[in-house]
Write a protein that binds this ligand. Structure first.
Ligand code: GLU
Length: 309
């Protein structure tokens, strides 16, 4: 059994990131499993190595040790997505050889203008316009702009059982449409990278925030097309700011720099464990004690309001 934490080093971690890391770590360790750290720095403009180092420091401060990954390296290295381009190219070629890909010349503005009603989570459903271009149209457009690459999705129901939120269903064509696997700037899309990495690094359990619950359908589609074994997925409620909005890395009150200035690791673990219903009183607790208390059944499903910060 192998769990993982896959942060994007685009800023200091906030409580939501730490909550996901903690639950993922507890789940893996309570099953006697390994835990891996992968740095998702595909977006080179927003991601910086200093933040990656800070993430490692914050995890270690809490005692969340990993067996492979990050700057520690390991048998599946590199663990920085920015260094795994050749691997993603190979995966892309596999999809291409199955005739699943096509170039898309639509700009964001074109897509918004032509989009069908948005899906409930505000995902813009791609109309599939460029899927149906003729070869001569494609050829003409290639000389005008660099395309992104999309994968053709099937018009079938996709189902999986999330360990925490239960049965999930969607029709990819209706709810998302053909999606991007490589951007026009040449960068690989998160959906492709995360699947290739989790599969090739031997991850068997993916624990992360429920903001990624719906994109799991796209990932499962890619697992199937690439012929990889699908890991178990478990999504977690989000931690919301005092005003009820999603925490962002710019919310300084919830960032680890601020928290470390005010709390000990055991105090923070106590707060997180209390909001995760793992302990009944808000009091300092150690990781060893939490490992004894950990049980998926106890965890809440509704988003958590951290209004005591
Ligand atoms: N890198 C993503 C993030 O930091 C998480 C991806 C994942 O866990 O699959 O939001």
């Amino acid at each position: 059994m192998k769990g993982r934490f896959a942060p994007s080093p685009s800023g200091r971690m906030h409580l939501g990131n730490v909550y996901s890391a903690l639950i993922s770590w507890l789940s893996a360790r309570s099953q006697g499993g390994e835990w891996l750290l992968r740095v998702e720095d595909l977006d080179r403009q927003r991601c910086h190595t200093e933040y990656a180092a800070q993430i490692e420091d914050d995890l270690l401060w809490l005692g969340l040790t990993w067996d492979e990954g990050g700057s520690k390296g390991g048998k599946n290295q590199p663990y920085f997505q920015s260094m795994r381009t050749e691997i993603y190219k190979t995966e892309l070629e596999k999809l291409s050889s199955k005739n699943l890909l096509y170039p898309c010349f639509c700009s964001r503005a074109d897509i918004m203008a032509a989009s069908a009603p948005h899906d409930s989570d505000a995902t813009v459903v791609y109309s599939g316009k460029c899927r149906y271009l003729s070869n001569s149209e494609r050829f003409a457009l290639l000389s005008t702009r660099k395309p992104s690459i999309r994968i053709k999705v099937a018009d079938v129901e996709s189902c999986f059982t999330d360990r925490h939120y239960g049965q999930q269903k969607c029709n990819l064509q209706q709810h998302c449409g053909d999606f991007i696997v490589q951007r026009a700037d040449g960068n690989f899309a998160y959906q492709l990278a995360v699947v290739a990495d989790d599969a090739l690094m031997g991850v068997t359990e993916v624990v992360r925030g429920c903001d990624l619950l719906s994109s799991t359908h796209q990932q499962i589609f890619l697992y199937k097309q690439l012929g990889y074994k699908i890991p178990e997925f478990a999504h977690l409620p989000l931690i919301l700011s005092e005003s009820g909005t999603r925490l962002a890395k710019r919310d300084k009150s919830a960032d680890m720099g601020n928290i470390r200035a005010q709390l000990t690791p055991e105090e923070l673990l106590g707060l997180l464990a209390y909001s995760a219903h793992l302990i009944d009183k808000q009091q300092p607790v150690s990781l060893t004690e939490l490992l004894q208390e950990f049980n998926w059944e106890k965890l809440p499903k509704e988003n958590l309001l951290l209004n005591y910060w």
